[in-house]
Design a protein around this ligand. Structure first.
Ligand SMILES: *[C@@H]1O[C@H](CO)[C@@H](O)[C@H](O)[C@H]1NC(C)=O
Ligand SMILES: *[C@@H]1O[C@H](CO)[C@@H](O)[C@H](O)[C@H]1NC(C)=O
Ligand SMILES: *[C@@H]1O[C@H](CO)[C@@H](O)[C@H](O)[C@H]1NC(C)=O
Length: 416
């Protein structure tokens, strides 16, 4: 365990980097991968989804989804080449806040869930939500020039991105239904869709949620609370200085983390400690190798507005839409308080897997959610008492601790 001064130093270091990176906002002049290779960046951190999966013997396809409101999302389909026949129906796997599809590969072929699910011969589609580096495009708006591009939060991701991704996959595969796995924001936005888009909720035969983010009332992480609350309070001020996008890939904060974390000798000491302080300590769960790779793909970028909404969600006991303040709420919603999402509309058979040591989505909030859903098949606490939030994508214990339960439900709702 690092000493107290060490820990303080790390917090300071990472905070300063993050704040500087976003206040300055500047995208660095793109640093070429050749140059990074010569500096000793791990190869996996420099590859995109297609290249990375190919590197480990998987074939993947790139697909483009256009949402009703014009956002252009890149999604991937990944296949284990040895599968002669894929199970039906298709499966969608959706990442969490500030991540991209690549998060499901970062832990490597023995632990990344995209690999494990493909290995079991499911027809796996890996999504990307608006604003990250694979979905930073629009039919009309330019993300670098039009601030309107960044006027979205989980509310709009649930309203548009999730249904568009589902529609695309169903149409392409000519299936009537699919199975859906959502992690954190990738699960919360499915719930939002169920509430707001009648007819969509039951397009999945089963919804498997991993640390689902609905309300965040009991979130324990102080750095996460602090960060999102500061952003929430400064959203308008940031807008006047032209800052609408945050934690983008290629920004100073992401490049700095990637640079810092590439050194194997200090990756665990600094990056591991920083990650643990943000979430919680789970010694040995994320390997040094993975720690060196993560920050090539994380943070993947989102809107200030979305981060602000998370700040709000820690100040209320409701799972509700963005709070614009009484006056604007009245104009937008017709009431002073933002409307709550209708959890009775989440009629899809629902499974939850979550950790008791999760400091970002607290088990108390998951229990609150589960108690309000009409069709819960199973809600399981991961057997390892130290299981935390980021373990879902980055732990090397996924194969033993969460994959078997995911596979159990996928199998039950699939045909071979
Ligand atoms: C991934 O990298 C390959 C090879 O460099 C490139 O052709 C492809 O367009 C990239 N895909 C995305 C979505 O960036
Ligand atoms: C990871 O790196 C740290 C610091 O160099 C080292 O103490 C630790 O033993 C390494 N862990 C593993 C699992 O190799
Ligand atoms: C919530 O959803 C349920 C199930 O679809 C529906 O019966 C109910 O009317 C909805 N409630 C509101 C307030 O919209």
């Amino acid at each position: 365990m690092a000493s107290k001064t060490n820990v303080m130093f790390n917090i300071l270091f990472v905070s300063v980097a993050v704040i500087l990176g976003n206040v300055l906002r500047s995208r660095l002049i793109p640093i070429s991968n050749e140059f990074k290779r010569s500096l000793g960046y791990p190869e996996d951190s420099l590859l995109n989804f297609t290249e990375l999966s190919q590197h480990y013997g998987y074939a993947s396809e790139e697909h483009t989804v256009v949402t009703e409101d014009g956002y252009v999302l890149t999604i991937f389909r990944i296949n284990r080449r040895k599968c002669s026949k894929l199970r039906r129906p298709p499966v969608i796997l959706m990442h969490g806040l500030l991540q991209s599809s690549d998060a499901w590969l970062d832990a490597g072929p023995d632990a990344g869930l995209a690999y494990l699910i493909s290995d079991a011969c499911y027809d796996l589609w890996v999504g990307n939500q608006r604003g990250n580096y694979y979905s930073r495009r629009h039919v009309r708006l330019d993300p670098d020039r039009d601030s309107e591009f960044w006027k979205f939060s989980a509310d709009e991701i649930g309203l548009y991105d999730i249904p568009a991704t589902i529609d695309y996959v169903l149409k392409y595969t000519r299936e009537a239904k699919l199975n859906y796995i959502g992690y954190s924001q990738g699960a919360g936005t499915y719930l939002i869709m169920c509430s707001e888009r009648p007819g969509y909720c039951d397009k999945a035969s089963v919804l498997i949620t991993l640390a689902p983010a609905a309300r965040q009332t009991y979130t324990k992480s102080l750095p996460y609370r602090f960060l999102t609350q500061v952003i929430s309070q400064t959203e308008d001020a940031l807008a006047t200085t032209g800052v609408y996008e945050i934690f983008a890939k290629g920004s100073l904060s992401q490049e700095f983390l990637a640079f810092l974390c590439k050194f194997s000798a200090i990756s665990e000491a600094i990056c591991g400690t920083g990650e643990s302080l943000f979430d919680s300590f789970h010694p040995g769960s994320i390997t040094n190798e993975t720690l060196r790779v993560i920050f090539g793909h994380f943070p993947a970028g989102t809107s200030v507005h979305n981060m602000a909404r998370y700040g709000q969600s820690m100040q209320t006991k409701r799972f509700q839409k963005f709070d614009y303040g009484k006056e604007r709420n009245m104009k937008i919603y017709g009431e002073e308080q933002p409307p709550s999402y209708n959890l009775s509309a989440v009629t899809v058979p629902f499974v939850a897997l979550y950790g008791n040591n999760d400091h970002l989505v607290d088990p108390k909030d998951v229990s609150w959610l589960i108690s309000r859903l009409p069709n819960v098949l199973e809600a399981k606490v991961v057997s390892d008492p130290l299981w935390n939030h980021l373990d879902v994508t980055y732990s090397h214990y996924t194969k033993d601790l969460i994959f078997p339960k995911i596979n159990e439900y996928l199998l039950k709702y699939s045909q071979s």
